[in-house]
Structure formats: structure tokens, C-alpha cells
Design a protein around this ligand. Sequence first.
Ligand code: UDP
Ligand code: MG
Length: 321
Amino acid sequence: MSVLSVVLPAYNEELMAGKACVTLGNLLQNAGIPYELVVVDDGSKDHTWSEIQKAAKKDRNIVGVHFSRNFGKESAVFAGLAQASGDVVAVMDCDLQHPPQKLLEMYHLWEDGYEVIEGVKSSRGKESFFHKESAGFFYDIMTKATGVNMKNTSDFKMMDRKAVDSILSMPERNMFFRATSSWVGFKTAFVEFDVQKREAGESKWSAWSLIKYAFTNIVAFTTLPLQFVTVGGAVCFVLSAILGIYSLVQYFTGHAVEGYTTILIVLLLVGSAVMMSLGIIGYYISKIYEEVKHRPRYIISEIVHGEENGSVKIKQDNTGR
Ligand code: UDP
Ligand code: MG
């Protein structure tokens, strides 16, 4: 039977990591699905790593990956995909906000021949007003920019080996996993799920990190903002033509008015438009710079493989390119 790998990124999840392993292990064992849990500790500052090691002692199907520091969720997902050896790989949050039972539904869809199974949020769960609105705004932009409906998409997915390998073969460092899985194509199915309440621990997202996440991912996925610069320039050009003709007419008809205020306003407007455009271009350049440096996406300090006799096999590794 085909092995299912489940990738679980974990950052400061000492309260949930062990529990997620037990819950998923029991669920998949009862369903008779051969499985492997790849838990990636994204450089947690709490006891997440020792929880994962403990879990690996109890369940030989657990692979624990420990980052040398916090590299962010996208990197953790990527590392998990790289370590996963299953014929089909699922990615889900290790706080169990993605309902584990849905894995079975996804697995059956995969058996039916679907190659990418996307989890779609039917409700967003409990979120603050700010969180909801800013997420909505971000996904509106992403939807327009990519042509892929990003609303209610999630990082809860299951992918066939083919799709996983094509994602792994992409060279870019700044990867937006949520959109990339639909970008690679393949025969896709959707599974709706309700976001569960977080049982323990807290969300890792601050308002600032959400804003950063939004900008990084927009830039990682689309060059639309660069076209805004062009459009903004065109609008400025039309306005300046109108204003130019108007002032010339005024001048030749002998009505040239004192222009200090007008000049000041125009100068300030044009100045800020130019600086903002430079900012957008600069942001893309900084991302290009990060890409060409070609640094590894993550650095692994330790990998443990659960073993039958209760001990764990530890391997030092330092890949991630
Ligand atoms: N996560 C991670 N690295 C980070 C931040 C988060 O691996 O830098 C993991 C986290 O442990 C969890 C998942 O990403 O499994 C989703 O994070 P969280 O629950 O904080 O986000 P939310 O559900 O509130 O959107
Ligand atoms: Mg969560």
C-alpha cells in the first residue's frame, strides 16, 4: 500500500507537537494507511524539539527535523517536503487547526487519481477583526494578481509525489507554498474544512509579521506592482500634459497667475510618486539580490528517525539547497 507522509511545521509548539503526533499516528493506524510523520522544528525557543524526540521514541514512523534557527514556515514546509519519502505527501499545521480526519478524505481522493488536493477553508475560525480584514485584503490582491482564487486557500494540502518533486525542483528561495501548489497544475480536487480552534499555545503571527508575509508573497508571485509604477507614470503624464497646456494658454492670454503654491504642490506630488515607485522597484531588487545570493533555504542541525526498538537514530545534516 502507498505510504502517506504528513509534513508538520512546528515553531514553539511544545504543547501541540507531541499531541499532533499521537493524534495523527492513531488516526492513520486505525485507517490502515502506512504513514510517516515529518515534524520540522523551525528553530523553536521552547521544548518543541525534545517533544519531537520523545514522540519519535514512541513511534518509529516519525522523522524529526531540527533547524539551526527559525527560518519561517515556508522553509519548514519545504524541508518537510524534501525529507518526506511517501508516495503522497500532506502538509498541515501541527496545532491541529486543520482537522486530521480530513486527511482520510484527501487520501481517498488521491487514490481516485487526483494529484493535488487543496484544503479550502469553509470558515476562517475565530480571528480578530484586524486579522480577518488584512487577510481579506491580501488575498484580494493575490487573487487579482495571480488569477488563482486565493480566498480561503490554506496550507492544508495533499500532493502526489509528482507534484512534490516539481515543487522541490523549483530553484527560488522565496516560495509562496499556498499558491505554488496550484501553480504546478496537475489534476486538482478541493476539500472544504472548518478551521478548528487552537487548543493550546498561540498563533505565531503578529500584525507586523502578517504585513511582511503579504509583501514578500506578493513580490514572490507577481510583478503587478511594477506595472502600477508604469500606470502611475502614465497618469502623471496625462495630468502634466493637461496642466502644461492650461498654463501655456494662461501665459499667452496674459493671465499667468502667481504660481508658487501650484509649483510646490506639483513638486511634492511628483517627488513622492517617484520615491514610492523607487521603493517598489527597490523592493524587487532586494528580492532579486536575495535570490542570486543562492543561500540555502534552511539549515538543518539534526534529524532523528524513530526506530522500532524505541531508540532514535540521529543524523547530522546540513542540506537545504
Ligand atoms: N510555524 C512555523 N514557523 C514559523 C511560524 C509558524 O513552522 O515561523 C508553524 C506553526 O508551528 C504552525 C503553523 O506554522 O504549525 C501555523 O502557525 P500558526 O498556528 O501560528 O498560524 P495561524 O494558524 O494562526 O495562522
Ligand atoms: Mg494555527
